[in-house]
Write a protein that binds this ligand. Structure first.
Ligand SMILES: NC(=O)c1ccc[n+]([C@@H]2O[C@H](COP(=O)([O-])OP(=O)(O)OC[C@H]3O[C@@H](n4cnc5c(N)ncnc54)[C@H](O)[C@@H]3O)[C@@H](O)[C@H]2O)c1
Ligand SMILES: O=P(O)(O)OC[C@@H](O)[C@@H](O)[C@H](O)[C@H](O)CO
Length: 381
């Protein structure tokens, strides 16, 4: 039987990637730092994915197991026997899992010449390429030469909204019906494995940028403006007409960049925006604004969902007022339970807003955006 080792038995791990891999006939080995999840996976060996759309659909995922991430010996051994390694741990964790992936690859190269593919399924442009760089740092020069031929790291775009779970059974996952997993066809080692639901394309960059700078852009603006106004969920935030208008405006500003850069048809892109908004408004998804706004330092980064499209729109001669409004709200995100939010607020207090815009967002004082964002920031109570 084919084996897939998946890092991160969280929402995307169980509800999306692990689910598709198991459905394609892989024995899925979940690696996680959460001992309760690992224990539950080993105890039951199965869980349910519940699609919450107009109607309810329940899928049973069977033949799965769990390993604690700290059991590095076992993790490396499983990787050495696997055909696929996937991740959904969050972009900030990729560096930490690179050594054990390298150790598994090193063992495998000694035993087999079969190809292995490693796909980082994270909200980050070029996540697998980044993971590859980190993994290669832990291989010897000879292993690196070998790995370049036998181990693929295709980049990917992953899209399925999965909020935190509220059910009574720890492993069950409630998901929206929609999903899209798109992978760079040119990045695979060996044949592209046939996994129903995974689409391989030659223009991945267009897919991944469209997803992150549309869906995640709009989502983040909704989360930060919603948090600012005291709403709990994305649905509540978007039922506020003024927030909906800013969210749509921000997606249109990033859309001006995306349609110019990738040649998407403007009408079709408009439909993509409206479909995305409809997904945000799914009443069955109780998606907290604090989940969608999590890790504000990452989300305010120069390549991430808010600042990058704002700078790109600016290059086209557009003043991205809605994105700037979203950035200002993100800078105010002070959710106590979020470590990055606490750090961000400390930085603003100690270093001032100009320094934070420069250091975190890559927006210099000379850039007119700096003044626009500050103008909004000052007005937020
Ligand atoms: N939830 C969504 O709607 C969604 C959709 C598309 C993409 N994503 C992306 O998928 C990734 C995962 O998101 P999620 O919502 O599933 O998060 P999550 O918090 O539900 O799951 C992450 C899992 O990774 C585990 N983890 C953390 N450090 C680890 C380590 N060192 N080794 C192994 N496991 C570790 C955590 O314990 C957790 O179970 C993120 O990059 C996110 O941006 C999320
Ligand atoms: O996962 P993050 O923190 O990068 O972003 C939060 C949400 O926007 C995100 O998880 C979406 O729900 C997801 O990207 C939908 O495909």
């Amino acid at each position: 039987m084919k084996t897939a080792v998946h890092f991160g038995a969280g929402n995307i791990g169980r509800g999306f990637i692990g689910f598709l891999l198991a459905r394609a006939g892989y024995h899925v080995v979940f690696v996680d730092i959460n001992a309760d999840l690992v224990e539950a996976l080993n105890k039951s060996g199965s869980y349910r994915v519940v699609e919450k759309g107009d109607e309810l659909k329940v899928h049973l995922v069977e033949g799965v197991e769990g390993i604690l991430a700290t059991d590095e010996e076992m993790v490396a051994e499983k990787i050495s026997e696997a055909q696929m390694v996937t991740t959904a741990v969050g972009p900030g964790v990729l560096k930490a899992i690179a050594p054990v992936i390298a150790s598994g690859i090193s063992r495998r190269l000694k035993r087999s010449s079969e190809p292995l593919n490693v796909i980082a399924c994270e909200n980050m442009v070029g996540a697998s390429t980044f993971l590859k760089e980190k993994v290669m740092e832990h291989l010897s020069p000879a292993e690196r030469q070998d790995a370049i031929k036998k181990v693929g790291f295709p980049d990917a775009a992953v899209d399925r909204i999965i909020p935190p779970q509220q059910g009574t059974f720890l492993l069950d996952v409630a998901v929206e019906p929609y999903f899209e997993w798109v992978v760079d066809a040119g990045g695979f080692a060996g044949e592209i494995p046939p996994i129903p639901g995974m689409k391989s394309v030659n223009n991945l960059r267009a897919y991944v940028e469209r997803k992150i700078y549309t869906l995640n852009t709009g989502h983040a603006v909704a989360a930060y403006l919603g948090y600012e106004k005291g709403y709990d969920t994305i649905l509540e935030a978007l039922q506020d007409g003024s927030i909906l208008e800013t969210v749509r405006g921000a997606m249109e500003e990033s859309g001006a960049y995306l349609t110019t850069r990738f040649g998407f048809d403007k009408k079709e892109h408009g439909n993509y925006i409206e479909n995305t908004l409809r997904r945000f408004l799914n009443p069955a998804l109780k998606d907290p604004v604090v989940r969608v706004g999590r890790n504000p330092l990452r989300k305010l980064g120069p390549k991430d969902r808010l600042v990058y499209p704002a700078l790109k729109a600016q290059e086209l001669g557009i003043t991205p007022l809605n994105l700037s409004r979203g950035i200002a709200a993100a800078l105010k995100f002070d959710h106590e339970e979020d470590e990055e939010a606490r750090k961000l607020q400390r930085m603003i207090k100690e270093e001032g807003i100009d320094q934070v815009l420069k250091k975190v967002c890559g927006i210099s004082e000379e850039n007119p955006l700096c003044g626009i964002i500050k103008g909004y920031f000052i007005k937020i109570k």
